[in-house]
Ligand binder design. Structure first.
Ligand SMILES: [Zn+2]
Ligand SMILES: [Zn+2]
Length: 331
């Protein structure tokens, strides 16, 4: 596939360093871009990730796993390959992996976004010969608004619901999106509740300097009066008895997928907030061009439009064979 990376059944493999990036199955050595479950799987013998990814990865795959971490930007030699981690701006600790063998450089992006996000390290453009890029939202229709505008929309919605004494139940993926939504809330003295799946990551975000409003974890078996509160929960609990009991609740969902017509109606939601942790169309182009890479391989999405566009600008672009089509489905 390339001079320094092979596309194997388990995933991207670097023979010079004898390691895989975000592998499936069971491998000896796994280099992990970030702790989302479609990238970080349990069962490998050894893991390498970024320092701020480590405690989150331990929550995801357990503390028994052998995990080592390195600071962003530090060059590590694995076999005859030089490996370093660079911020991907996707969730806390998310990294692009730079791999250099005999002077040739490839970067595996993992999931990324160049847009601002106060809950994770800012994206860094890394020069390379070849770039393996996700393209979850690789169509020109995907264009994200400034994140503060989306936070304002959420806060406005909450205020309105509170005035009508309806709880605001906002679904967001438990790792990354939920923390991003929380960090943007203006409580004006109203209570904030979070589901335990969201709560488990909060201390690590706080240790990284992220500020959250005062909040309460929802405990099993307790009847709460949610009245004018904001409740943040993962979409997986949508049909639970706990949610069904919140009869007066207005339901919202924060996701890039909310930009698709009909997505809100299909899920029976009152509001959809378009907030994504992936690059939009312009973000993808800006980053891909910024790397200066001549070769581009796309994964995580339907990249046909982007492949065509990049080829017209003279790049050697194609889809990575066997690449997954879905992205941003974490639960
Ligand atoms: Zn992800
Ligand atoms: Zn992903």
């Amino acid at each position: 596939m390339t001079n320094i990376l092979e596309n194997k059944r388990e995933g991207l493999y670097c023979p010079a360093g004898d390691f895989f990036v975000d592998p499936r199955g069971k491998v000896e050595r796994a280099v992990i871009t970030h702790a989302h479950s479609d990238h970080a799987r349990a069962g490998h013998n050894y893991y390498l990730c970024s320092d701020s990814c480590l405690p989150i990865l331990q929550i995801r795959i357990g503390t028994k796993a052998k995990i080592e971490s390195v600071p962003f930007g530090k060059r590590t030699k694995i076999g005859s390959a030089y490996v370093s981690f660079h911020p991907a701006g996707h969730i806390l600790g998310s990294a692009q992996i730079r791999i250099e063998v005999k002077g040739e450089v490839w970067v595996v992006s993992g999931d990324y976004k160049p847009q601002t996000d106060r809950t994770c390290e800012a994206f860094e453009v890394v020069s390379c010969n070849g770039f393996i890029s996700e393209c979850t939202f690789g169509l020109p229709v995907y264009q994200w608004a400034d994140e503060q505008l989306v936070h304002n929309e959420i806060n406005h919605w909450w205020r309105e619901n509170a005035e009508n004494e309806c709880p605001s139940l906002l679904f967001a993926y438990s790792l990354g999106k939920a923390q991003r939504v929380l960090a943007g809330l203006e409580t004006e003295g109203r209570p904030v509740f979070v589901h335990s799946a969201v709560h488990s990551f909060l201390t690590h975000y706080e240790q990284a300097g992220v500020k959250f409003p005062k909040l309460q974890k929802v405990e099993r078996g307790i009847d709460y009066n949610f009245s004018n509160s904001m409740v943040i929960a993962p979409p997986a609990v949508e049909d639970s008895t706990w949610v069904r009991k919140m009869k007066k609740a207005k339901k919202g969902f924060a996701s890039g997928w909310m930009s698709i017509r009909g997505a809100k109606r299909r899920r029976n939601l009152d509001r959809g907030f378009v907030l994504s942790d992936h690059a939009d169309w312009h973000g993808l182009l800006e980053v891909i061009n910024g790397t200066g890479a001549d070769r581009v391989l796309l994964t995580h999405g339907n990249g046909d439009a982007l492949v065509r566009f990049l080829r017209e600008t003279g790049k050697d672009a194609s889809m990575l064979e066997g690449a997954s089509v879905r992205g941003e489905e974490e639960e």
